[in-house]
Design a protein around this ligand. Structure first.
Ligand code: ZN
Length: 198
């Protein structure tokens, strides 16, 4: 039996509902531990660097995150450095509270497993702080910057019913194939420079 869950796509109402907070007592249930395991496998198979429970049709405040070398293989060392993309070991965030540190914003192209086949430029805070529970209900606090901060913002948005298309510059939306064909290696600003503005 496959351990993989179906990833729902934009337009599914579950993606637009605010997920409910989990009671720490629920974390001990085998069902929740199985969900975490299945979400981890589903994220890896996709492949993706984050997956929130609403994306598999479950409206609870839980997401899994992992950004490891096999997920970064398509990028050159220069691209990894430019995106401030570093290795992030697998971890779980439950009931997260996210705050931006400082006011610096960075703009980059990102995608979403629930917006399959598209990428878009999304401005995000460069640095964030997240307070959450881990899979055993233990509280932790982390500060993150660069791509990891972007992943955290993207996943916490999912738990609030917010999608990357709500925050994108709509002119930069492209299919993954068209992005690769026409805008490969270009920054959002460089892409915008190619698009006429009335
Ligand atoms: Zn997403």
């Amino acid at each position: 039996m496959s351990n993989l869950l179906e990833i729902v796509q934009v337009g599914d109402p579950v993606l637009r509902r605010r997920a409910r907070a989990l009671d720490p007592a629920e974390l001990a249930s085998p069902a929740l531990q199985t969900l975490i395991e299945q979400m981890r496998e589903t994220m890896r198979a996709a492949p993706g660097v984050g997956l929130a429970a609403p994306q598999v049709g479950v409206g609870v405040q839980l997401a899994v995150i992992e950004d490891v070398p096999d997920r970064q293989a398509a990028l050159t060392p220069e691209q990894l450095a430019e995106r401030e993309r570093e290795v992030v070991a697998f971890h779980v965030i439950i009931n997260p509270i996210l705050t931006a540190i400082g006011s610096e914003r960075v703009d980059a192209f990102e995608g979403c497993l629930s917006f399959d086949g598209f990428v878009m430029a999304v401005p995000r805070a460069r640095q964030v702080r997240v307070e959450a529970l881990d899979e055993r209900g233990r509280p932790f606090v982390r500060e993150a910057s660069g791509w990891y901060a972007r992943i955290l913002q993207h996943e916490v948005d999912h738990l609030h019913g917010v999608l990357c298309c709500d925050r994108m510059d709509p002119r930069t939306l492209a299919t993954t194939d068209n992005h690769a064909a026409h805008w490969a290696g270009m920054s959002p600003d460089q892409v915008r420079a190619t698009i006429p503005v009335d």
